[in-house]
Structures are given as structure tokens and as C-alpha cells.
Write a protein that binds this ligand. Structure first.
Ligand code: KMT
Ligand code: NI
Length: 177
């Protein structure tokens, strides 16, 4: 995994890297301070490992999303628009990348965007209450396994959601002592 600060001065399409030159990298430790967990799982034999994680965290459901023009059909534009709107969830969000690539952007403690590059074999956990968004990159294709605690639903709550109890709880959880 690679993560870096997102250059907001760059007005190009969100699918462009938006990386500073030179880059302003973000380490896994810095992501962990935001509650963002990341690990690598071998694609060849991912099922066992995913099953273990799902069991450990009590995830009962999953689906596979093919995020591409072919995969989403007439929902392509609207889905991608929704994904890229800054939002939070009241549950953590687990994604395992099976194919293709894309970007998850998360806000840091000072409200700056961090861009996380995801490729096959990457598993990412975004905590409940973190403001984030997702976009495809220039390859316009990602296939990801999505894990859900209960029914395959995940309701995005768009920013501003500063009074949301999960948001408040999240901010408490990342506050320095
Ligand atoms: C999300 O929550 O933004 C998504 O599920 C995006 C597609 S998964 C790569
Ligand atoms: Ni989301």
C-alpha cells in the first residue's frame, strides 16, 4: 500500500493521482493513528484469511462489486458519484481488492485529504465515523470484496455529519491523550 497527501490545488479529474511533487508520503503508522488499518493478503489463497477476519470481527455478509462501466451498467455514473461524495458510515468499512485499482481518500486530524492507493491483495478497514470517499483511477476498473456486519447495506452519511454520534465517538477515539 502507498498513501500520500492529496494535492487539492491540482484541479484535474479526481482519477488523476493528485500527488505532490515531490510526494508527501503517509506511513502505515500515521494511518493507524486515524484508525485506518491495512494489510496484505495473498490473492491466490485469500478465502481462508478473509473467512478468519470475518469471523473474528463478526461479519456475516459479503458481496463482490465490479466497479467498471461493464460491471455497473447504467448505474456507473451515479454509483461513482456517490462513492466520491465525502461521507461516513456508522459501521466500519472493510474492502479487499481482488482486481484493478483505485483510491480511497480519508481525512486526517487536520482535515487534509490522504490518498490511499489500493491494488489487488490490499485489505483496508475504515473505522466508523471517518470522513472518506472513493474513486477509480485512470484504469477505470476495480473489483473488490465488501464485507458487511449484517445485511449487505451500507448507508453513506454525507458531510456535514459532525453531530452524528459515530462521528463524535470516532473523534474521541483518535484524540491524543
Ligand atoms: C465505498 O464504500 O466507497 C465503496 O464500496 C467503493 C467501492 S469498493 C472499492
Ligand atoms: Ni464509504
Amino acid at each position: 500500500m502507498r498513501a500520500y497527501y492529496y494535492n487539492e490545488e491540482d484541479n484535474s479529474d479526481p482519477r488523476e493521482p493528485h500527488e505532490f511533487s515531490p510526494s508527501s508520503p503517509v506511513t502505515p503508522e500515521e494511518l493507524a493513528q486515524l484508525g485506518v488499518v491495512y494489510c496484505r493478503i495473498e490473492i491466490e489463497n485469500y478465502e481462508n484469511e478473509i473467512n478468519r477476519i470475518a469471523k473474528e470481527r463478526d461479519y456475516k455478509n459479503r458481496d463482490v462489486i465490479n466497479c467498471s462501466k461493464e460491471g455497473l451498467g447504467e448505474l456507473y455514473e451515479s454509483k461513482l458519484k456517490t462513492f466520491f461524495e465525502e461521507h461516513l458510515h456508522e459501521d466500519e468499512e472493510i474492502r479487499f481488492i481482488l482486481d484493478g485499482s483505485g483510491y480511497f481518500d480519508v481525512r486526517d486530524q487536520r482535515d487534509r485529504w490522504i490518498r490511499i492507493v489500493v491494488v489487488p491483495g490490499d485489505l483496508i478497514v475504515l473505522p466508523a465515523g471517518i470522513y472518506h470517499r472513493f474513486t477509480l483511477d485512470n484504469n477505470n476498473f476495480i473489483k473488490a470484496l465488501r464485507l458487511f456486519k449484517e445485511e449487505p447495506k451500507w448507508t453513506p452519511i454525507n458531510r456535514p455529519a459532525d453531530n452524528n454520534p459515530f462521528r463524535i465517538q470516532y473523534l474521541k477515539s483518535i484524540a491524543l491523550p
